[in-house]
Every structure is written in C-alpha cells, then in structure tokens.
Design a protein around this ligand. Structure first.
Ligand code: HEM
Length: 535
C-alpha cells in the first residue's frame, strides 16, 4: 500500500540519504551507546509528532546548542601553532630558570597570534596591534610571555584598559565600526590621552599591517626581572626576532586582501607549516641593572617606553620554532589561556602598573571564558612537568587530590606535596617604601620624546605611510573637534608630520599644540635613530 511505502522511507538509507559505510568506528552517543539512525527523529507513524524519548536526538541538539563559549574580550581573533623553544645560551649568571641553565635545553611551546580589536570572525589584515602570546612548557611549569608585535603600549596603568578597549571596539548604540580604529570613539579617547602618542605612531606605521604572522617581531613589552640562584636581580625586556625578516603590506593591499581572503594570515601560517617551512624567531633580551635603569630619563616601569637598543643591545639567547599545527582549533587555540602571572623560578615581575593589572585580569576573565577554575585541566593549558597541589572540586574537576589529605600542613605519612623553599618560586625581595597614592611618578610624564624618536627613525616612505594612515583614519572621524584635538598632539612629535596631516585633512592651519607636561624630560639624549627599528 502507499502507507507502507511512506513508512519504509524511515528505514536508514532508504529515506533518500546517501549512506557511505566506511571502515570507521561505530557512531555512538556521548554515553557510548551505538547509534542506529543518525538522520531521523523517533516519531509516531509516518508524519507523527516527534517523541521526547529519542535520547539520541535530544543529546545531539542539546550539545550543539551549547557549542559556543564567550570569545575573548580582546584578542578574540587568533591563530595558534605548536613548536619548541631552545636556549642557545647558558644564562645561569642571570637567572636560575631551569631552561637557561644549559645551552641547548629544549621545551615544547605553543604560540597564539591575534588581532586585538576585531571579533572572532573579523578580517586578518585590519590595521591593529597583533598579539604574540607564547606558552613555554618548562620543567618548572608553564612560563607565558604574553606580548604584542609592538614594544610599547597605549596606556601606563591597567586602570585605563576597559576604557581604551571600549573606545576601540564597536560603539554601544550603533555596534560599528568593527575591527578597525577609524572611529570617533577611539580617536576621541586617544586624543585625550597623551601617553598613547608613542604607540599611536607605531599603530599608524606599517607595523600594524604585517604581511603575515611569520614576518612580525614580538615583544614582552613590560620590564621583567631575571633573578639568579643567589638572589641577584637585573631588569629584562624580551624580544622575538623573526628569522624570516620583518615585512608589511601597504594599506591598499590590506584592503584588497581583506575582501578577497579575510583568512589570509591564518592560511599563510597553516600552509607554511604544512609545507615544512617552519617559521622561526630568535629570543633576545635586553638586560640592565637597577642603577643603569635610574640613568634613563623615563621610568622603566612605564610600558609606553622602550629601551633604545643603542643604550642596551639585544642579546640573542634562544630560538622558537613552530613546526606543528593544532589537531583541533577549538580545543587548543580557542581554549588556550595565557596569563602574565605564569612565570617560573628565576623570572619575576616589576612594579609596572600595567603588568600588575594584567596579572589580575587574565585569570579572572579566563575563569569566566572557560567555565570555572579548572581550565588548567584542559590539555593545552596543563603543565607538561609533574604537578601536585591541593586544589579540588569546582566545575569539570579532573585531578582531585588522591587519598585523605587535601590540606597542608598535615601529619599523614602519605600527606601529599610540600612547599620547597629551595626550588620554589621566590619573589625578588625588592625594597619598597612610600605613601599610598594615586599620583604617577614624575618620570611617567614625558609622552612625546619616544614618539618623535620613532617617527624620525622611519625612512621617508615609511613616514609618508604614517601621515597618510593618520589622515585616512581621521578622515573617517565625523566630529571635527576630535580630529583637531588629535592633530594638536602632532607638533609635539614632528612639525612636518603635523603640517602634512593638517593639509591632508583640509584644515586651515595646524591647530595650536597641546601643552606637554614636560617635553622633553630633562636629561633626555635625543638620539636620531632607534636601532630597534632597523630590521
Ligand atoms: C588577551 C597582550 C594589556 C587584558 C591578550 C592577548 C595578548 C595580550 C597577546 C591574547 C592572548 C591569547 O592569544 O589568548 C597584551 C599586552 C598588553 C596587554 C602585550 C600590554 C602590554 C592588557 C591589559 C589588560 C589586558 C592592561 C587588562 C587590565 C586582557 C584580557 C585578554 C587579553 C582580558 C583576554 C584573555 C583571555 O580571554 O584568555 N592580551 N595585553 N591586557 N588581555 Fe592583554
């Protein structure tokens, strides 16, 4: 009968679908129950209502419904790869970090490159800072260098970070613009923030439109400390130098690439690594002691400043090679959690107020983004060395304490791990003294000298690119007062630049320059180039 024919259509493989039976394992539910039919819901009769008892259907849809997690609040769009880091120098005279006790020591590494402002699905060639986050799985735990491809930052204090990021992301009413800085809100904020001017020069330069991740430098940005086994400490800045060289595209190319292939940077890294063309970076350090730091006209705790390479040359101490793509993008690249506070014995923080704020922010945001306190149980975040602690429970706990003891001290013979004052991480016992206050130190007050040094270190063509980038960006700003307020910073950086930009924007004249707090700070040696830029 015709009824029979209709019912027979519910038999797998006879309802019009093409079933290709391979040699793969049997499909099961997540409870391991073999699935007989993955195409049709259980229902009454040929056309009847679906039955709630179809546990396979419910599990499949339920799981799909929960696939999304919050994207990162910044650096949402990123791309990661595995590799290794090798120490090419014995640095035991500078740090007790196990990794640097012997030349040739190797540890596994995971790196995630990213844009900052755009959402997870945004284009790769946006004019933006690029994240350069490195996780080194050392024998003393995970050491993360969570850096960018620009050696300085927009702001000096983490207190300002939510405002900076709100201003650069889409406006709350209109939800545009996305993933670019051509933006009234961004330029409004920046024009009110003289400390951002150095970083603005870098973001308007070709550095902000890299040809691919493989042709970028990376920087730890903050000043950190190296500490020896004897407790001696020096300051350090970290640099990643690409063996491939440093290359950018020009803006017209970026615009075309974004239209034709928004995944251009992803595809480049994937293809290079799949072809065995493994990208490599050298790790460089600039090391200087506290007394030398005091001779700079700026504060080494100010993340809007770099240490000129003429003053402290970069010493190459290691190499980072990326040689394996992820097996699963979500499991690894999306769930990886970098954090500035992940440091190993022999490395320490400084009192940089941006760094100290970051140390709180990453762990906090990741607890939300990754659904609770146990995200170190996810393989990409787990240390590759033995680890033992008394943390327990919480959502998705995979490694609870074994046995009776889950506290310390305890008197049980098998009482579990104990702190080790010799091998454990010790903070450098820096002397600190002073009143509690919200006022920044005087040496944080010069916002233009290094912006000027950056600008004049560029070639003529590169300077033209900076000027035309500022003109392009500001020409998208609808509010004339914001344009003028930003242009009024430029005479403090370079008079020709100010004139070019004013002309490009059709202003009648260069607006009167803002009064700099103190420019230059007394004692600054203006150097006419920064060799940091000469790659
Ligand atoms: C994410 C770098 C300043 C909060 C990131 C990432 C990088 C980075 C590379 C992406 C990590 C990844 O690939 O998963 C930097 C640098 C900074 C800076 C170099 C300045 C020197 C700040 C500040 C804050 C902050 C001041 C907050 C106070 C965050 C947050 C994330 C993030 C919340 C998302 C983390 C996640 O969801 O896993 N940052 N950042 N950053 N950053 Fe920063």
């Amino acid at each position: 009968s015709s009824n029979d024919t209709k019912e027979r259509k519910n038999v797998p493989g006879e309802g019009g679908e093409t079933h290709q039976r391979g040699d793969g394992p049997a499909l099961t539910t997540s409870q391991g129950i073999p699935v007989g039919d993955n195409q049709n819901t259980l229902r009454v009769g040929a056309r009847g209502p679906a039955l709630l008892e179809d546990f396979h259907f419910r599990e499949k849809i339920f799981h799909f419904d929960h696939e999304r997690i919050p994207e990162r609040v910044v650096h949402a769009r990123g791309y990661g790869a595995h590799g290794y880091f090798e120490a090419t120098e014995d640095l035991s005279d500078l740090t007790s970090a196990h990794l640097f006790q012997e030349k040739g020591r190797r540890v596994p590494a995971f790196v995630r490159f990213s844009t900052v402002a755009g959402n997870k699905g945004s284009v790769d060639l946006a004019r933006d800072v690029r994240g350069f986050a490195v996780k080194l799985y050392t024998e003393e735990g995970n050491w993360d260098i969570v850096g960018n491809n620009i050696p300085v930052f927009f702001i000096q204090d983490a207190m300002k970070f939510p405002d900076l990021i709100h201003s650069v992301k889409e406006a709350p009413d209109r939800a545009f613009p996305q993933a670019q800085s051509a933006h009234d809100n961004f330029w409004d904020f920046i024009s009110l923030m003289p400390e951002a001017m150095h970083m603005v020069m870098w973001t308007m330069s070709d550095r902000a439109i890299p040809r691919s991740f493989r042709f970028m430098e990376g920087f730890g940005v903050h000043t950190f400390r190296l500490v020896t086994a004897e407790g001696k400490s020096q300051f350090v800045k970290f640099h990643w130098k690409p063996k491939q060289g440093l290359q950018s595209v020009i803006w017209d190319e970026a615009v075309k690439i974004n239209g034709a292939d928004p995944d251009f940077h992803r595809r480049d890294l994937w293809t290079a690594i799949q072809n065995g063309d493994y990208p490599e970076w050298e790790l460089g350090v600039q090391v200087f002691d506290d007394a030398f730091a005091d001779t700079f006209p700026f504060d080494v705790l100010d993340a809007t400043k770099l240490i000129p390479e003429e003053d402290v040359p970069v010493r190459i101490v290691g190499r980072l090679v990326l040689d394996r793509m992820v097996d699963n993008f979500f499991a690894e690249t999306e769930q990886v959690a970098f954090c500035t506070q992940n440091i190993v014995p022999g490395i320490d923080f400084t009192n940089d107020p941006l760094l100290q704020g970051r140390n709180f922010s990453y762990l906090d945001t990741q607890t939300k983004r990754l659904g609770g306190p146990n995200f170190t149980h996810i393989p990409i975040n787990a240390p590759k060395c033995p680890f033992h602690h008394f943390q327990q429970d919480g959502h998705m706990a995979m490694h609870n304490p074994v046995g009776r003891a889950n506290y310390e001290p305890n008197g049980w013979a098998q009482g579990g791990p104990r702190a080790d004052p010799e091998k454990g991480h010790r903070s450098y016992p820096e002397q600190v003294d002073g009143e509690k206050r919200k006022v920044r130190g005087e040496l944080f007050a010069d916002h233009y000298s290094q912006a000027r040094q950056f600008y004049i270190s560029q070639t003529g063509i590169e300077q033209d690119h900076i000027a035309s980038a500022i003109v392009f960006e500001l020409s998208k700003v609808e509010t004339p007062a914001i344009r003028e307020r930003l242009v009024a910073h430029l005479p403090n950086i370079d008079k020709d630049l100010a004139a070019k930009v004013a002309d490009g924007l059709g202003l009648k004249s260069v607006p009167k320059a803002h009064t700099p707090a103190r420019t230059p700070v007394e004692g600054l040696k203006p150097s006419d180039s920064l060799s940091i830029l000469k790659n």
